[in-house]
Design a protein around this ligand. Structure first.
Ligand code: 3H9
Length: 698
């Protein structure tokens, strides 16, 4: 086994490097060897100081998440941190890369902390449903005070080295890890510097009462901000303990709380999401092919989607040519871009010179010929097969051999689009989500004849754009929208059967979504769903249940937020929307027409049906190999549709709820409507075998 720790001596300084690529996670081997190295360096008489650093790209980015859930193995991290803190020689850590979680907790126990100017420093345990479990909640506030420490731990967001210096978290920002840390360590030795252990720094804690720090109030604020999440509240409990007891008692309390959280469904779901999003780019095509050259991109369309895609490509460092059919549309596209970049400048996200550089890579024209030499064209024109086919025919004639022709369609058949070109092997679907410059999900839709290197290029583009790619097969709506249509229908059925749109939205919001389905329909624009329903009408089984209410609203021109009315009223720019009695009247009329006697739906019942519809269709999507694995469905729903991350995604939720119970629910609803609620074969098979969705994630 390769060594995880490297110990070298440079005159009177011991240098310990942690080598466990890719992120130097603190696995049991690392911990064992680290403790041995610390003991050895401590014992050496001529050693006057110890430097601790990470080799390669980073200081440790945390505990080894793969070990969570396995029986704990000694030595544990708190023991190592206590050991470091109690060494009688100065222990200095030289931080770089991503100093996160357990990595930062080691640093907090050291006597001095130097950080390379590019270091990111944070305690992201909340993003795994956990709290820092190796002294972080007790040491960080002793260095930077309770409010700042609570903010860092509850948000999980890293700070940069300058901010860390300002807060008092580190002692020095350095330019070079090796030279500067040795140089400053020698300074410390020469000046015979006395250090104070972090656990003994009680000044900020003792001042907490004087400073009127109210942890209950902070906890309440975070309760609102991090709705339904356990860990931010538990961090507050640890901070209360910090004020009431000794360091050791505080640390024990923290440790117990950490293990308590590790057992929760929330933490398991978060950890599932962590690995799911790193698995989605592991696809068969990449094993056998390399990406094609991707140095220039063309975008056809300057509307909302086209502009968003253009910005995503520009921000990824690519030169982009935007095409529109006339000057007027081109000017509108340009305005879209300027609006977003001006906001970036206003908010300090980009400087004027950065934006200038970005625009120097941007070309706009109405002449398709300008695309002749680009490596990839992404079509983002009106969502209508014939319009897209026209564009594809033109592109086929113009773009050079070997260029990739991609469509941003969110529903349409990419095989059909590919068939109008002379090179279906170059055609792929790249389904961006709106706003495309912000939303991280990218469905990469793989038609029958596309070549593997084109698929690999799609995944490469996602990486350049820092997006989360998910491989999808061709079907109406691919993974995300196909499933959305089913639970959207389920929401319509509940509305027609007796629940108001507002009751349904409230239930879904409380389940953890940022908004309910009717708020989402209003935000996206009712006309989009309406167009899709009209397109699918000829294919619809006459016996299928169909709810006319959304069409009735569309017939009135009520398309949601953009028209001021939809399922909600948006008077005078009110974007939250008010309940609308006229909508309730329309619903009532429709119920009367169909002789439906309204029934009451509890929140629990709404969730039960909504989730069953979602999971059943998701299961079909996996069964038909539209999604490669259940975790890809989870990633799609987490990143594109607002599924609460602390529930891990619909497939993880199904496993937690019990697949047999899901099947029971579906069979119960099947008695009302055997077409809509036909149980998925995959669920039936899995339940028969006593398996769950996770068994298919390998
Ligand atoms: C903690 O520390 C608890 C303590 O308070 C208490 C303990 C008692 N473990 O993300 P990437 C893998 S909780 C195991 O693509 P990047 C990852 O799966 C932890 N594996 O790289 C991937 O594997 P693969 C607190 C890990 O450069 C590969 O490394 N820390 C871990 O885009 C590359 O990862 C965190 O929550 C890990 N800790 O981003 C930080 N981290 O190639 C978690 C990564 O097989 N990590 N892997 O798919 C991150 O946020 C990002 O990895 C990081 C680098 C920003 C560091």
């Amino acid at each position: 086994m390769t060594k995880k720790i490297d110990l070298v001596y440079q005159e009177n300084v011991a240098i310990i490097s942690i080598c466990n690529p890719p992120v130097n996670a603190l696995s049991v081997e690392v911990r064992k060897e680290l403790l041995d190295a610390l003991k050895e360096a401590e014992k050496k008489e001529n050693v006057e100081a110890i430097i601790l650093k990470g080799s390669g790209k980073t200081f440790p980015a945390g505990a080894d998440i793969k070990e969570f859930g396995l029986p704990p193995q000694k030595p544990d991290l708190p023991t190592i941190n206590d050991y470091i803190e109690n060494i009688n020689k100065p222990v200095i850590c030289a931080l770089h890369g991503n100093t996160l979680g357990g990595g930062l907790e080691i640093a907090l126990a050291c006597h001095y902390r130097f950080a390379h100017f590019k270091t990111k420093i944070g305690l992201p345990e909340v993003s795994l449903g956990l709290i820092p479990g190796a002294g972080g909640t007790q040491r960080l506030p002793r260095l930077i005070g309770i409010p700042e420490a609570y903010k860092m731990m509850a948000s999980g967001l890293p700070i940069n080295a300058d901010k860390a210096l300002k807060l008092g978290l580190i002692n020095k920002v350095i330019q070079d890890i090796d030279e500067s840390s040795i140089h400053f360590t020698k300074d410390l030795i020469e000046n015979n510097n006395n250090f104070i252990k972090t656990k003994d720094r009680n000044e900020l804690i003792n001042n907490a009462n004087e400073d009127k720090i109210n942890i209950t109030e902070l906890k309440n604020n975070f309760k609102k901000q991090y709705r339904n999440q356990l860990a931010p509240q538990k961090i507050g409990d640890c901070l209360e303990k910090l004020l009431q007891s000794s360091f050791e008692e505080g640390q024990n309390f923290e440790r117990n709380t950490f293990f308590e959280l590790l057992k929760t469904e929330q933490s398991k779901s978060y950890i599932h999401a962590f690995f799911a999003e790193r698995t989605s780019s592991k696809i068969p095509e990449i094993k056998s092919a390399h990406p094609r050259n991707l140095n220039t991109v063309g975008v056809v369309g300057g509307g909302t989607m086209g502009s968003g895609i253009t910005i995503a490509a520009l921000n990824a460092g690519l030169p982009v040519t935007m095409i529109e059919r006339n000057q007027d549309s081109l000017d509108k596209g340009m305005k879209n871009l300027e609006k977003i970049y001006n906001r970036d400048i206003e908010k300090g996200r980009l400087s004027s010179s950065q934006v200038e550089e970005i625009f120097s890579r941007f070309t706009k024209t109405t002449d398709f010929e300008a695309l002749s030499s680009v490596d990839m064209v992404i079509e983002a024109v009106f969502e209508e097969m014939n319009v897209k086919k026209q564009v594809f025919k033109i592109l086929d004639k113009i773009v050079k051999k070997g260029s990739i022709i991609a469509s941003n369609t969110s529903y349409l058949d990419i095989n059909e689009l590919a068939s109008v070109t002379s090179r279906p092997e170059d055609v792929i679907g790249l389904h961006f989500f709106s706003p495309a410059n912000i939303m991280r999900l990218l469905e990469i839709v793989v038609p029958d004849k596309v070549s593997n290197d084109v698929v690999a290029t799609g995944f490469y583009l996602a990486k350049l754009m820092k997006k989360i790619p998910v491989r999808a097969g061709v079907c109406d709506g691919f993974i995300g929208n196909r499933i959305l249509n089913k639970y959207g229908d389920c929401a319509y059925f509940m509305m027609e059967d007796g629940a108001t749109p507002y009751e349904i939205d409230k239930a879904i919001f409380e389940f953890g979504y940022p908004m309910g389905p009717f708020q989402m329909f209003d935000l996206a624009g009712g006309d989009i769903g309406w167009a899709m329903r009209k397109r699918l009408k000829p294919m619809r089984d006459k016996n299928e249940r169909y709810v006319h209410i959304p069409d009735k609203l569309c017939e009135k021109g009520w398309f949601g937020q953009k028209t001021g009315r939809g399922f909600y009223r948006y008077d005078k720019g009110n974007r939250r929307g008010d309940e609308d009695p006229e909508v309730l009247e329309i619903i009532n009329l429709e119920r009367q027409k169909k002789s439906i006697i309204p029934t009451k739906f509890s929140q629990e019942e709404i969730i039960r049906r909504y989730m069953a519809a979602m999971i059943n269709e998701a299961s079909n999507v996996i069964y038909e190999k539209i999604a490669l694995r259940p975790s890809d469905v989870d990633v799609t729903k987490l990143y594109g549709y607002g599924f609460p991350r602390y529930r891990g995604g619909p497939m993880k939720y199904a496993d937690s709820y019990g697949l047999d119970k899901i099947l029971d629910d579906i069979r119960e609803f099947e008695k009302e409507d055997s077409i809509f609620w036909k149980p998925s074969n995959l669920i039936i098979e899995l339940v028969k075998k006593g398996n769950n969705f996770d068994s298919l994630n390998e």
